[in-house]
Design a protein around this ligand. Sequence first.
Ligand code: ADP
Ligand code: MG
Length: 245
Amino acid sequence: MSLIEVQNLKKSFGDNEVLKNITFNVEKNDVIAIIGPSGSGKSTMLRSLIHLEEINGGTIKIADEAFVEDGVYKRPEIIKQATSKMGMVFQQFNLFPHLTVKDNLELAPKMAGKKTTISAMTTDLLQKVGLLNKEKAYPKSLSGGQQQRVAIARALMMNPEILLFDEPTSALDPELTGEVLKVMKDLAEEHMTMIVVTHEMGFARGVANKVVFMDDGEIVEAGTPDELFGNPQHERTKAFLAKNL
Ligand code: ADP
Ligand code: MG
C-alpha cells in the first residue's frame, strides 16, 4: 500500500489549466524532491494534497483512503482524517506573529484537544531543531532560518505521517539555508516520509530517493537522483538542469 496515491489530478484556475494529468505514488519513507520552473504547478500540486486547493478531476488517496475520487470530494470528516496525516511547511514560514515559539507549537494540538504530552513534545521538538532556548521568543526576534525551524517543529507537533515542504529555503538568505536543510536531512535519516518542492539541487541529489521534474502542469520525468540528474531523458529536463545545476 502506498502512503499517497495521486491519479489523473487536474486543476484549473478559470481557463488556466495548471495541473493537467498528474499521477504519482509516495511510499512510506520516501523523500521525494519536486523540481521544475516557476509556474509549473508545484505549489498547487502540494496544496491540493492537503486540501488547500480543490481539484477539478482525479483521485487522491492517503493511506489507501480516497478523500477525493474522480473529482468528487468525500464527507468533511473523511477529508479531515486524510489531510490530518500530513503537515506542511511553507516558503514564508507562516508563524503566528503574536504568539511565542512555544504557543505557535502548541496552538494546533491544544485546539485538537490533545492535553497530556504537549509540553514534553514542545521541548523534544525544539531540541530537535536546535531552538530549545527560544520557547518564549516571538517570531520577529528570530532569523529566517530560526523561524523556519520553528515552523518545522510546529508541523511535527501533530505527529504527521507525511511532511510537505514548499520551497522551505527560498525566502532565506543563503547563509541560513544550511541550518534548515540540516534539520530536513535529519528527518529524512529518521525515515520521515517527505515531499519537498525545492530549488536546492544538492538536497534533491543528496537526500531524496526520488526526483520528480514538473513543467507546465505535467510530470515530465521522474526517477532516482542518479537517473534524473545523471541521465535525463527529456529535452525539457535537460534544459532545466542546464540552467539550474
Ligand atoms: P509553482 O509553484 O511551480 O511556481 P504554482 O502552482 O504556484 O507554480 O502556479 C501554477 C500556475 O497557477 C501559475 O500560472 C499561477 O499563476 C497559477 N495560480 C496559482 N495559484 C493561483 C490562484 N490562487 N489563482 C489563480 N491562479 C493561480
Ligand atoms: Mg511554488
